[in-house]
Design a protein around this ligand. Structure first.
Ligand SMILES: [Zn+2]
Length: 428
């Protein structure tokens, strides 16, 4: 980028980042009459009042308990449903444009986060691939700037053949000021070397010494157990090779670690072996056009996907992942919503909706799914003042035209997305 272009961009960014500050005008907005699902998993609040000011929730409750402040601007939300904004605890940001990777830039991070936001994803924890451009963009996390999702980052995915090599990456990430650390312990279906236990133990230890939590990409049940024993703070994917067993369940509960299903990650490996049904879904087409998906309609490329052993394996093991999700939910393991979207062919925003629908297919109730994408995601990813609709939290929420507790597909019926109390402009 040329120097002058950089200045213009910086100016633009500072305008975007500061947008909320001048609006510190002490004015209240009250949303009245809606049914509110606050993210905690309890009974919804009917005929509710939600009062916000300066991007944060001032009060929330029934109209009997919460008054509308004088001079508040009132938004009549009668007949509507309000739920917290969706938190994707495992996404990636900045690399993808259309279905292509390799576009990492400040502008593309902003564009990606805006796409997420228009689909109701108000926070993204990017678990790897984050570069220095992402660092200042996290300023939204402490403001009510709008039009894009809040961002947390894990920096570079930690790799290394020796503890020293891996620890060098930790140092680099720490210097950058990441929010999480991330490792991969996987052999990609036996096709590549897996990080050794000696190395990941050293990585987890060092990360903890520096005060970081560590998320792990894993695949196999045996690795997941070893990682839990070694102190991993987050399992960033489903266990996919085998049904989870009693030892795993006891371990993950005892360690109080979040479990992130990423079912759409599996879907993305094989679904393009044919013309994906969702290509004609109007909700998909709101953000992704025909030109974008054109290469995926090519019969030769579809044949290649169908012939891929990896695609076949992932497809075969998806039912195991789904059954494991249901087992773990039933056992009271904290399910933390995430998709691994923001990788080429995993469509940001839309895949979060699909993920929720696949979780429902796996047997979770809409309330369990919503809780995983709100309270659990904030709690297990350590995101301050986010997740539930509570006094003092950021006013990140969705207004829906239909009840998401009746059918998780109703999350598609977005009437408004609010981040820090300000409405996100949407395309329809
Ligand atoms: Zn990932």
């Amino acid at each position: 980028m040329k120097f002058s272009a950089k200045i213009v961009l910086l100016l633009y960014l500072s305008m975007v980042e500061c947008k909320s500050q001048p609006s510190a005008d002490q004015s209240y907005t009250a949303f009245t009459g809606a049914t509110i699902i606050d993210g905690r998993g309890g009974e919804p609040i009917r005929d509710a009042v939600l009062v916000i000011r300066n991007g944060r929730i001032v009060s929330i409750g029934t109209k009997e308990n919460v008054g509308v402040p004088a001079k508040a601007s009132v938004v009549d939300a009668s007949g509507k449903f309000i739920m917290p904004g969706i938190i994707n605890a495992h996404g990636h940001v900045g690399d993808v444009q259309g279905i292509e990777g390799g576009h990492y830039s400040t502008q593309n991070i902003i564009d990606n986060l805006a796409t997420y936001a228009r689909y109701g994803i108000t926070t993204v924890v990017s678990l790897g691939g984050d570069q220095s451009e992402a660092v200042p963009l996290r300023a939204v996390n402490d403001s009510s700037a709008t039009q894009r999702a809040r961002l947390f980052i894990a920096g570079e995915v930690i790799t290394g053949e020796t503890p020293a090599e891996a620890v060098a990456v930790i140092r680099k990430n720490a210097k950058m000021g990441v929010d999480w650390m991330k490792i991969r312990v996987d052999d990609n279906l036996g096709t590549s070397p897996k990080m050794t236990e000696t190395v990941y133990r050293a990585v987890i230890k060092r990360s903890h010494e520096l005060g970081y939590k560590i998320a792990t990409h894993m695949y196999y049940l045996a690795d997941a157990k070893k990682l839990l024993k070694a102190g991993s703070d987050f399992l960033a994917h489903s266990v996919r090779d085998l049904p989870v067993d009693e030892e795993f369940i006891q371990l993950i509960k005892a360690k109080n670690v979040g479990y992130c299903p990423t079912l759409t990650r599996e879907l993305s490996t094989f679904v393009y072996g044919d013309t994906a049904a969702f290509f004609s879904d109007p909700y998909f087409l709101q953000e992704y056009d025909q030109a974008t998906i054109e290469p995926l309609l090519d019969p030769a490329s579809q044949k290649k996907v169908r012939g891929s052993r990896a695609a076949q394996m992932y497809e075969q093991q998806l039912p195991t992942a789904m059954a494991n999700l249901k087992t773990l939910q039933d056992q009271g393991v904290p399910i933390v919503f995430g998709t691994d979207s923001g990788i080429p062919k995993r469509f940001m925003g839309y895949f979060e909706q699909l993920e929720m629908e696949m979780m429902a297919e796996a047997g979770l109730t809409p309330m369990q799914i919503i809780k995983s994408a709100t309270k659990n995601a904030a709690e297990f990813m350590n995101l301050k003042d986010l997740g539930t609709l509570s006094k003092g939290h950021w006013a990140d929420f969705l207004i829906l035209d239909a009840d998401p507790l009746a059918d998780i597909r109703n999350v598609r019926k977005i009437s408004g997305v609010y981040i820090g109390g300000e409405k996100v402009e949407r395309k329809n």
